[in-house]
Design a protein around this ligand. Sequence first.
Ligand code: ZN
Length: 431
Amino acid sequence: MQVEFLGGAGEIGRSAVLIDDSLLLDYGMASESPPQYPVGDVDPDAVVVSHGHLDHVGAVPALLSGTEQPPVHWTPPTRELALTLAEDTLKLHGGSPRCPFTENDVRRIGEVSATHGYREPFEAAGYEVTFYDAGHIPGSAHVLVEDGETRLLYTGDFHTDERRGGDAASGRANGREAPVSGQRLVPATTDRPDADAVICESTYSDVSHEDRGDVEASFVETLRTTVWQGGTVVVPAFAIGRTQEIMLVCAAHDIDCYVDGMGQRVIEQLRHHPAFLRDADAFRGAVSNARFVDGRDGQRRRIADQNAVVVTTSGMLSGGPAMTYVPAIADQPVNTIAMTGYQVEGTPGRDLLETGSAEIDGRVMPVSAQVEAYDFSAHADREGLLSFLDAYRDSRLLINHGDRCESFARELRAEGHDASAPTLGETVTLS
Ligand SMILES: [Zn+2]
């Protein structure tokens, strides 16, 4: 089996792995300016997508412009999230060289889509492929590829249980059960299918996440304190995964919240896939606890003047309704901006955290409001990666999707693993 790394090798963004010039795993884009796409020309016989984030699925419609379109295999939520992302990319870059696909290509998704649940083997380009729950976002999958000789596991992005020897039953808030580990939106990955080789993400290979229960407790305390003191909290959150997670956290702690931006559409989509949620009842409860914002008639300005919590895109303050809320609350120290996700270098969110000011909507803006950051990550941290890979002591490990893949591979070798970090464009032969 030949494995070619077309993107996401030694980097995060534009994930793409090609098996034997035939089966493509993921085809993402990095939303930098200008957007980055996988390298090389690719004409796959079939495509398998691990999950519905831009850096894994964002460029898939570009594969559908030829006369022969490959089937695209994914879980039902991933299919819907992919459509939402494609339409958003068209809106942002459509018709420009920054967008490698057209409206027509996006329309073809419906014709080539084949959806599969977890643990239901299917055939793609002559391989047997099986999805396992990766615990990252709804519908996210580890992808097992078998050709009769070699079993390759592609982890995609995944999240493990981060309980650190604590008492799982001890987390209670307002008389309700609060999980002290893992995400509220999806359960952590537990499947460890046998494999001869593993392509493993390494986003947080040098980070230990703070205990999730502690993160939640201090986040909730900040929301309550700010509102009680007469302030407004703006919670920038990614549309897919994070917006819904924060909405669940608010509901679990009886905190009213507004939800604005593209995350609303994702909520609507996920309501149709309760089987892919950790707790469908909790999700329904959180949807009725939230108030949705359409932004008409100056609604956002009015919300910004209330003692309220508003969860909104974009997660890194690079667009979306946050462009209205942040300037509206920035000059009052009683207000809070509570970041909930990783801030990529060069984004306004990162600048704001590091310097206390940021360029918002083309204008450099000093911010007097409190700025805080909470680690609600949906990725395994160092301990999570190591415990996952402990199940693959006899497998060949190929480390990708990280800023320090080579260092992590070296650390794994020191632990006795057979690990390496392929470079962009490299082909690895598995036997
Ligand atoms: Zn992801």
